[in-house]
Design a protein. Structure first.
Length: 227
């Protein structure tokens, strides 16, 4: 952990999880699907651009993707093409849980700390990709892009998560993997711990209350009061 909490002090009354790249290892699927789609169109892949849109909802990311690569296609058609590429890539493998995910859920439950998921993905996606792990029912709320008007980095999804858990945002610790998610959490007034992965730009994480190596990090457990 690089730093202790720098936002509101006090006990952790709820924990809200991002999904992709935080609970499940899917960032490689998003990247491979984009690469496959572009390869079929003879367009060169841009890894830096893909990193810049990680964590944004599809309604924001898809128009940006189309414009960046100058694709002669409607956003609706692009969404269908990308969805097919995504599940084609996913069929060759699966999206495993990130290390420490189940152990952390167990610890939070033993401590009586409620938890939610707040993701930029759709409810259909959550059911298809995360549902098979059998963990969805362990969350008091699962909020998706279908539940909000504004996607991350707007704070709406984290404000809504706190409201559904019956706590103020300042009593929430958000667990995120992206700079965009971090911005959303901090804008909501929550504390935010970042668990970066290979695609997370480290230079954009200065606002994090802490940065830890994984969900299994003892420093994270201590911060959450579940060590």
């Amino acid at each position: 952990m690089t730093a202790g909490p720098r936002s509101a002090d006090g006990p952790v009354r709820a924990v809200v999880f991002d999904l992709d790249g935080l609970l499940i290892d899917t960032e490689w699927v998003f990247a491979d699907a984009a690469s496959l789609l572009l390869q079929r169109r003879g367009v060169e892949y841009d890894a830096a651009f893909m990193m810049s849109i990680l964590g944004t909802p599809g309604r924001v990311a898809l128009p940006a993707f189309r414009d960046r690569f100058k694709l002669p296609i409607t956003v609706e058609a692009l969404a269908e093409e990308y969805k097919r590429a995504f599940f084609e890539v996913l069929r060759s493998d699966h999206a495993p849980l990130m290390p420490g995910a189940v152990a952390l859920l167990d610890r939070l439950e033993r401590a009586g700390i409620p938890k939610a998921i707040a993701t930029s993905s759709s409810s259909e996606y959550v059911t298809t990709v995360f549902g098979p792990h059998g963990l969805t029912e362990r969350f008091a709320a699962v909020l998706t892009c279908d539940d909000v008007t504004h996607g991350k980095p707007h704070p709406e999804v984290y404000e809504l998560a706190a409201a559904q858990l019956g706590v103020t945002p300042s009593a929430v610790v958000v667990l995120e993997d992206s700079a965009i998610g971090l911005r959303a959490a901090k804008a909501a007034g929550a504390r935010c711990v970042v668990v970066p992965h290979a695609h997370t730009p480290r230079q954009d994480l200065a606002a994090a209350d802490a940065i830890v190596a994984s969900l299994a990090a003892p420093e994270l457990w201590a911060l959450l009061g579940v060590a």
